[in-house]
Ligand binder design. Sequence first.
Ligand SMILES: [Zn+2]
Length: 108
Amino acid sequence: MRLGITEFIDCAHFLPGHPKCGQIHGHTYKIEVIIEGEASGGMVVDFNELKAQTREVLAQYDHRNWNDVLPFPSVENICELLSRQLKQRISFPLLIRVWEGNGKWAEM
Ligand SMILES: [Zn+2]
């Protein structure tokens, strides 16, 4: 069974050398985390636990500038960074999808 949560953070970024995105600007990032596991005893995992782990990772970046942590903070690179950090905390197989505003996302 799959279980998912959705969280939001607001961040600034710019993409060095990009004609449009080279200017500093901001996005609301929507982060979806989907895990897979057995619903033993009626639960795969407690939503509170999943949300707490995800929020701890995201809190490091909320209302910050991605360029302070990533040289080229594309949604692909942000997705990779968050995936790596979530996997250190969450033991289930997981999928992460990061939305950069509306209509654009990366997942892995
Ligand atoms: Zn942007």
